[in-house]
Design a protein around this ligand. Structure first.
Ligand code: PGA
Length: 238
């Protein structure tokens, strides 16, 4: 794992946006896996600005949304699909047919997951991931195996709690669906994104601790093209 440590959130965002734009220009037809959540928001805002001023296009790209909560109302703003739409998709030129999302409202979520995994085909080019405070990536919760498939999962209590920051309804999600670690590990390139003081402990564990399934993000450490982007606050314990 390559660690990119920045002395401020502003430089974290600036560099991540520049590198992302460079990757997409090099490979306009990239198959991208993108997360919802708070961490990537300033990056998405910057990418949207680039698209608006005509400096970047997603016209040939394909986006696979990383994960989705189950059991939320279709219009809940905390659904990953809603977050991604609000903060990125509504502001870029991705053709609708190039967007893949995990439909946890479907009657057969297991079948949705099998098809989703298959639709990734030859694999992802660039995968962006946030890190949960419990070390999850996507909804690959502690204990997830490195070869786990795209699947329906039960949420760890800490993930259910964290969802309170996003969802509107009173009931918090207890399950979801996620791209599995196998597909994430097959990605040509992986970016683990962390910023802010709440991530300092898990960043320390990720960088200094052992590689094991109790912290799924650590399983990505041995990927040859895995980059960890950390700002001063999330790196404060290193
Ligand atoms: P966050 O979520 O970006 O909102 O902190 C990350 C995660 O739990 O995967």
């Amino acid at each position: 794992m390559n660690v990119l440590r920045f002395d401020s959130e502003a430089s974290w965002v600036q560099t991540a946006a520049e590198l992302f734009a460079a990757r997409l220009r090099e490979r306009p037809g990239s198959r991208l896996c993108l997360p919802a959540g708070n961490t990537p928001l300033p990056l998405y805002q910057r990418l949207a600005e680039e698209v608006r001023r005509g400096a970047l296009t997603f016209a040939q790209a394909t986006i696979f949304s990383l994960d989705e909560y189950g059991g939320l109302a279709p219009d809940d703003p905390g659904r990953c699909a809603s977050m991604l739409r609000r903060h990125l998709l509504d502001h870029i030129d991705l053709p609708a047919a190039h967007l893949h999302q995990l439909d946890t409202l479907a009657s057969d979520v297991d079948e949705v997951c099998r098809r989703y995994d298959a639709s990734i085909g030859a694999g992802l080019d660039l995968t962006l991931l946030g890190i949960g405070r419990n070390g999850h990536v996507g909804l690959n919760e502690p204990g997830s195996a490195a070869d786990s498939a795209t699947r329906r999962v039960a949420l760890h209590a800490q993930s259910t709690e964290a969802a309170a920051a996003y969802v509107r309804g009173a009931a918090l999600p207890t399950w979801g669906a996620t791209i599995g670690l196998r597909r994430l590990l097959e990605s040509r390139e992986i970016w683990l994104l962390a910023r802010g003081p709440a991530k300092a402990h898990i960043v320390e564990r990720l960088v200094r601790g052992p590689v094991d399934a109790s912290v799924p993000a650590s399983l990505l450490r041995e990927h040859p093209r895995c980059w960890l982007f950390i700002d001063d606050a999330s790196a404060s314990r290193l």
